[in-house]
Every structure is written in structure tokens, then in C-alpha cells.
Write a protein that binds this ligand. Structure first.
Ligand SMILES: C[S@@+](CC[C@H](N)C(=O)[O-])C[C@H]1O[C@@H](n2cnc3c(N)ncnc32)[C@H](O)[C@@H]1O
Length: 229
């Protein structure tokens, strides 16, 4: 499936949550110089390139259940999900301690009750929360192949893995074509939208079958020896 995402829906979600999203931006800006949570840290870029980008994924979130943002950094997209979907529980996962400390502060600033922050490598946390999330997603974390080894072990059957990608996504998914089943996944559905004149893509994979126990392999292996080769 290849589908266009409607910017009017995103504008509505943005308007509905504007106050909390701006408080989140205030929080991100307040960390500049202390912890590098995002690339550019001016309010306008944070809103137009980061928050709006994350908002495009909100219509793809599940009706219910726990979801996880793997490699959340400063909380993108997980903090945006938590603000826009207070009915879902969001786990924000990152391996860098000072980012996790900053996320605790941001979550307190926003009075979020639906967030858990975990400081761990994805490969290690998957051992304790295997196949318990209705969605596992990530933005700006590894190429699609390596990322799927991180995401699929978290996703319950019937759930989905989600990745934010730029126009080069085709080069990432081509070598995986027809092999996604090895991680229990379907072929990807592709959603596209335009932001600031650039093409953006959201890829989702349905979890069809359990992910074989051998995945994820030991920390670091996903990048050393690709599972699809
Ligand atoms: C480029 S940043 C992206 C952060 C955020 N998702 C965003 O869009 O701004 C990648 C993040 O992934 C985290 N990360 C990379 N590999 C990881 C792993 N195996 N387990 C947990 N976190 C990981 C890094 O610490 C970093 O914060």
C-alpha cells in the first residue's frame, strides 16, 4: 500500500495540542547548551521540522495498548505521541543516560502520566518486554534493516513496527524485500507527506508471526552482521 497522509488532519491535531506542544518546545530549548537532544534548537525549526514531522505519525497509532519509541533522543516522536494520545501508554527508550535524565524532567514539566522512560539498549530491553507492545517505532535511528531487528522483538502479534524515513528509504528496504517474514513481519506499507518542500515517508510493517527467539542478537550484532544477508 502507498498512501498520502492528509495535512489537514495533522493541522487539527497540532491545533488541539498546541499549548502542550509549545511547553515541550520550551523544555527542549531550555536544555540547549546542557544536553544535545535535537539538532537545531531554535523554536521555529523545532516546530516546523520536528514536531510537525512527528505529528504525521499520530493518525497511524493504534486504538489501544502500550507503544514504544526506540532511540527517542529528546522524545521525538514519543513525547509528541504522549501529548496527543493521553489514552495510550508510551515507553521512551534511549541508551544515553543524560538524555533519559532530561526526558524525566521534560515529562515532569508536561505533567505526563502516560510515559515511562527506560535507559537501555534496545537489544537488552527487548529481553524483558518481548512482544508486548502494540506498536514499536523509531525516528532517525539506523537504516530500516538494522532497525527492524530492534523493533520487531517488541511488537505483539497483530501490532506494527513504524519507521520515519526520507526519500532514500527505497535503498534501505530493497534488500529486505521478501525477507521481512524472517522477523515475523509483512512487507511494508508506505505513507508519504510533504514538509517544508521535502518528501517524508512513514513505513509500517504488520507483525504476522512471533519474531524468532534468536532476534535481537547480542548488543551491536545487528550492525555487524545483517540478518537479511
Ligand atoms: C539521531 S538520534 C534520534 C533521536 C530522536 N528519535 C529524533 O528523531 O530526534 C538516535 C538516538 O537513538 C539512540 N540509539 C541508537 N541506537 C540505540 C539502541 N540500540 N538502543 C537504544 N537507543 C539507541 C541514540 O542514543 C540517539 O539518542
Amino acid at each position: 500500500m502507498f498512501q498520502h497522509l492528509n495535512e489537514n488532519i495533522v493541522a487539527e491535531i497540532a491545533e488541539h495540542n498546541r499549548k502542550a506542544l509549545e511547553t515541550y518546545i520550551d523544555g527542549l530549548v531550555s536544555f540547549s547548551g546542557r544536553v544535545r537532544l535535537t539538532g537545531p534548537q531554535d523554536r521555529e525549526t523545532l516546530w516546523s521540522e520536528h514536531i510537525l514531522d512527528c505529528l504525521y505519525s499520530v493518525p497511524l497509532l493504534p486504538q489501544e495498548g502500550d507503544i514504544i519509541d526506540v532511540g527517542t533522543g529528546g522524545g521525538l516522536p514519543g513525547m509528541v505521541w504522549a501529548i496527543c494520545r493521553p489514552d495510550l501508554h508510551i515507553t521512551l527508550l534511549d541508551s544515553v543516560k543524560k538524555k533519559c535524565v532530561a526526558l524525566e524532567e521534560l515529562s515532569g514539566l508536561l505533567h505526563l502520566k502516560n510515559v515511562t522512560i527506560i535507559c537501555s539498549r534496545a537489544e537488552e530491553f527487548a529481553l524483558s518486554r518481548r512482544e508486548t507492545f502494540s506498536l514499536a517505532g523509531a525516528r532517525a535511528v539506523k537504516g530500516a534493516g538494522v532497525l527492524l531487528e530492534y523493533l520487531s522483538p517488541f511488537v505483539a502479534q497483530g501490532g506494527k513496527a513504524l519507521a520515519f524515513k526520507g526519500p532514500l528509504y527505497k535503498e534501505e528496504i530493497e534488500p529486505l524485500a521478501g525477507q521481512e517474514y524472517r522477523l515475523g513481519l509483512s512487507a511494508p506499507d508506505i505513507f508519504y507527506y510533504s514538509l517544508n518542500g521535502k518528501e517524508h515517508f512513514l513505513l509500517t510493517w504488520q507483525k504476522k508471526k512471533p519474531c524468532p527467539k534468536e532476534f535481537p542478537r547480542k548488543t551491536g550484532m545487528a550492525e555487524k552482521k545483517f540478518w537479511w544477508r
